[in-house]
Design a protein around this ligand. Structure first.
Ligand SMILES: [Zn+2]
Length: 223
């Protein structure tokens, strides 16, 4: 006979896996392979996520992306072209109800693509750097509910938002009141994006890790 904890474990094990495409690559000033190595175990500890870290951007093509439930993009590629095939793959994926998470340099990528900008919501304009407080702005949202404001030493990305995006800002910086994290819907899909994440000082911040993990759960409709 199964005990309660055995039954819970069995139930968790019987749930289908959530397959995550964690894309990296581009600007070498961002060590996103190291970032992904920090975040992957946090995600896998949170539930049934199975994370594939890759710099193969052909995974955005529709015949490849359909294998996944969630895309996390740590790509920073300002001058790279987002091909029509990648655009079609990613937009169809999110529109159909799958999730997208954009980290830091994701807002300074594929600037030729209006569709990419619309999916991410914000596009990088400028940045500073320094110590500041990330202040939770919308305490009712499940991604940040109960999360305390936290200190960071990080780049301070600023953005212009796509005219067709309707973002809900979840966190702002105290130093300039600019959005540090937001969510929106794209078709039936859920999108979370954060300006945070230049280097290990932010990846290792517990507040950042908590928000990232919850964002992945929210984008895959687990919370
Ligand atoms: Zn950076």
């Amino acid at each position: 006979m199964l005990g309660v904890s055995d039954a819970a474990t069995e139930a968790a094990q019987s749930q289908p896996e959530l397959r995550v495409l964690f894309e990296i690559g581009g600007y070498e000033g961002h060590d996103m392979r190291a970032c992904a190595a920090v975040l992957k175990p946090k995600l896998e500890a949170a539930g049934q996520f199975v994370v594939n870290i890759t710099d193969d951007w052909e995974q955005f093509r529709k015949e490849n992306i359909l294998k996944y439930d969630l895309v996390v993009s740590g790509i920073c590629a300002r001058r790279s072209i987002f091909t029509k095939e990648w655009e079609e793959g990613l937009s169809g994926f999110v529109e159909s109800g799958k999730g997208f998470i954009g980290l830091h340099g994701s807002t300074d990528s594929f600037r030729d693509s209006d569709v990419y900008w619309r999916i991410v919501g914000g596009r990088f304009t400028r940045h500073g750097h320094g110590e500041h407080t990330v202040r939770i702005a919308d305490r009712s949202h499940v991604i940040v509910k109960g999360v305390a404001d936290f200190q960071l030493i990080d780049e301070t990305y600023c953005h212009e938002f796509h005219p067709d995006s309707k973002v809900t800002v979840l966190a702002r910086r105290d130093c300039d009141d600019e959005p540090a994290a937001w969510v929106q819907h794209y078709g039936d899909g859920r999108v979370f994006c954060t300006s945070i994440g230049h280097d290990h000082q932010s990846w290792n911040a517990p507040g950042y890790q908590e928000i990232f993990t919850r964002a992945c759960l929210w984008a895959t409709r687990k919370i």
